[in-house]
Design a protein around this ligand. Structure first.
Ligand SMILES: *[C@@H]1O[C@H](CO)[C@@H](O)[C@H](O)[C@H]1NC(C)=O
Ligand SMILES: *[C@@H]1O[C@H](CO)[C@@H](O)[C@H](O)[C@H]1NC(C)=O
Length: 629
């Protein structure tokens, strides 16, 4: 609504500046196609005038009216703009004292105000969102000096002013100072005071404005009043300028005949003697207060339900000015709303355009997706930012398909059979692992483990002859080196079992050893001895001897044997008494057989037979001698 208003305003401004006949492209000269220059000279080169512009930046302290700039008579294209919105107000007053905008502490509504020969457009952006300050513009030219004020309430956000002055500025008062651009800006402390003066006590009598009558005219010499044929006569008053709230009326003087008092043409009276019309207030009772309703601000939201606000002031008309008054004075009227809901358009909305996709995994945690778009209120897909991002439905979500199944995993059967022939086994690997493909949510692999072995058969075995060995026997020695044996047999194996074969059947094969040395433990030192010698006698007590040695493991003589275990090396023998053998067949046939023995003739068979008894005793003595040697 408001933007439409702004458009209208802009259009109006365009008309104001471009719509004049001299600005049309047809040409300001109406046939040559010339263009009006900045100074309003048709086909001019902008040299007939000068632009005055500047910025009012003074920092002020006192609340109230402060003069900003003085605009000389003849100014055109006036533009006074507050750079940023503020609580300050611009005000405009003619040098003659007539307030045009925002005089006497009364704040006018934005609009068009006439004064000093031109029309001012006063703008006060009311939109909450707008940061633009107040402004007024006028096309000019002005016919009076114009004073621009600021009603100061908060730090000044800078005021830009500009206007164009004709170069031969002979039509009105010159600038009070050097007249350079911005040079006519004054910090009007004193002026403010003067202006302030109009706002209070003067209102009642003078209407707040000084007399418009010039006081610099010299009175003309005139004849005494009674001599004159025609005279000025007070005949009444003008109508009151206002029906309420203090208007003014002026005394009306007419030229009348001295005698008849008939109204005659004013030319018959001396203009110089005409009494100035006296202004007097009339209808001074205040007008009823009313609600002054400002424009709605822009909607607080560009789409959807928003709020807009407007200013509603209780105002009262008094002395041609609308004054802000306390709201209680408007209580007889219903107070218009200051806030209202608004909706420029329906907001774009989120739309879910597809169902959720299946979960990305068959088990475990995955993601699912769907299409979400922002749709304008006419159904077009628009950028996501057009929609309320806070309300955007999720388009990705996690999905939990439950625990993943476990399955038995196994390899191919191995190609090797454990037996070269006949029945054997082959194997494969079997594992229980998490399965990412199966969708069965099983806890484990189950108890039916697939077999890891399988029977295989490389075909019937041929009969085979081989050496077979039994276990080794015990070692033959308790300590030290011994030997042990095992059985080695030649066997034939066949489907029916084993058959013992003669050894030569295996002779082509390496025969395993049947015996090997062994040693359970080392023996340490030990007594060794030889066999006994022959007994020194055959009867009645002899003796015999042997050699005894102490030997270590490596069979070296040593002293380390225990003495009390030493075996004896000498012992008695043949203790039996010597008894001659009586043999009937062996007797001495001769008396001198002892000679035969002494002559050592027993070696001969003849003497041994003849002296058998004597000769048979000889070996006993003879062996006794040998043992002593
Ligand atoms: C007035 O001056 C202000 C500040 O330079 C500028 O933004 C604005 O457009 C002017 N207005 C006109 C009607 O020239
Ligand atoms: C009051 O305003 C009207 C209309 O703008 C104008 O004609 C009249 O002269 C003003 N009266 C005074 C006292 O300023």
């Amino acid at each position: 609504m408001l933007s439409a208003l702004a458009m209208l305003m802009l259009l109006w401004l365009q008309t104001l500046f471009l719509g004049k006949p001299w600005a049309q492209t047809l040409g300001c000269d109406e046939y040559l196609g010339k263009v009006m220059d900045r100074c309003g000279v048709c086909g001019g080169d902008n040299t007939a005038c000068r632009l005055v512009s500047g910025q009012f930046k003074h920092s002020l302290t006192k609340v109230g009216y402060h003069k900003i700039v003085e605009i000389p008579e003849g100014a055109t294209k006036i533009n006074i703009t507050e750079m940023v919105k503020s609580r300050n107000y611009l005000a405009l007053r003619s040098r003659s004292g007539r307030s045009i905008i925002n005089g006497n502490w009364a704040i006018d509504r934005p609009g068009r105000y006439e004064g000093v020969g031109t029309m001012f457009t006063y703008r006060r952006p009311n939109e909450i969102s707008s940061t633009a300050g107040e402004s007024f513009v006028a096309e000019g030219p002005t016919n009076e000096i114009l004073d621009v004020f600021m009603i100061y309430q908060q730090p000044n956000p800078d005021i830009h002013y500009e206007f164009i002055l004709p170069l031969d500025n002979s039509r009105g008062p010159q600038l009070p100072t050097d007249g350079g651009a911005g040079g006519n800006a004054v910090n009007g402390q004193g002026v403010t005071d003067r202006y302030d003066g109009y706002s209070g006590s003067n209102q009642g009598s003078q209407g707040g404005y000084p007399s418009l009558v010039p006081d610099n005219q010299l009175p003309q010499p005139q004849p005494p009043r009674w001599q004159r044929e025609y005279n000025w006569k007070l005949t009444g008053t003008t109508d009151c300028s206002a029906t309420c709230g203090k208007g003014s009326r002026y005394s009306v003087f007419n030229c009348v005949h001295r005698v008849t008092h008939a109204h005659v043409s004013e030319t018959l009276c001396d203009r110089a003697t005409k009494p100035s019309p006296q202004e007097e207030p009339c209808n001074t009772e205040p007008c009823p207060a009313f609600w002054d309703i400002g424009e709605w601000s822009e909607c607080s939201r560009t789409c959807g339900l928003g709020m807009q606000h407007r200013q509603v002031l209780c105002r009262q008309l008094y002395a041609n000015r609308t004054l802000n008054v306390h709201t209680s004075r408007c209580r007889h009227l219903e107070r218009p709303e200051t806030a209202s809901t608004c909706q420029l358009k329906i907001c774009s909305e989120w739309q879910i355009r597809s169902e959720w996709s299946p979960c990305s995994v068959p088990c475990g945690v995955g993601q699912k997706r769907r299409d979400v778009h922002c749709l304008s209120n006419v159904g077009d897909v628009v950028a996501d930012e057009e929609c309320n991002m806070n309300l955007r439905p999720n388009d990705v979500e996690n999905c939990d398909m439950g625990p993943c199944a476990k399955s038995w995993f196994f390899t191919e059967w191995g190609s090797r059979c454990s037996a070269e022939c006949g029945m054997g086994l082959r194997t494969r690997g079997v594992l229980c692992l998490t399965n990412h493909i199966s969708s069965l949510p099983l806890e484990g692999c189950g108890s039916e483990r697939p077999p890891e072995t399988q029977v295989c058969n490389n075909g019937p075995c041929d009969s085979r002859i081989e050496w077979y060995t039994g276990p080794w026997s015990q070692c033959s020695a308790d300590c030290g080196r011994g030997t042990q044996q095992r059985l080695v047999a030649c066997l034939m194996s066949s489907v029916d079992g084993f058959t013992v074969m003669p050894q030569y059947e295996c002779s082509s094969l390496d025969k395993p050893l049947g015996q090997q040395s062994c040693e359970i433990k080392a023996c340490g030192t030990k007594w060794y001895h030889t066999d006994w010698s022959s007994c020194s006698k055959t009867c009645e007590g002899g003796f015999r001897i042997r050699e005894v040695r102490c030997l270590s493991d490596d069979l070296q003589s040593t002293e380390g044997c225990e003495e009390h275990l030493r075996p004896p090396d000498k012992e008695e023998c043949n203790p039996q008494p010597c008894i001659p053998e009586i043999d009937e067949n062996c007797r001495d046939k001769y008396f001198n057989c002892n000679v035969v023995v002494q002559a050592r003739l027993c070696v001969y068979n003849y003497y041994r037979n003849a002296c058998c008894a004597s000769c048979s005793r000889v070996p006993h003595r003879a062996s006794g001698f040998r043992g002593q040697r």
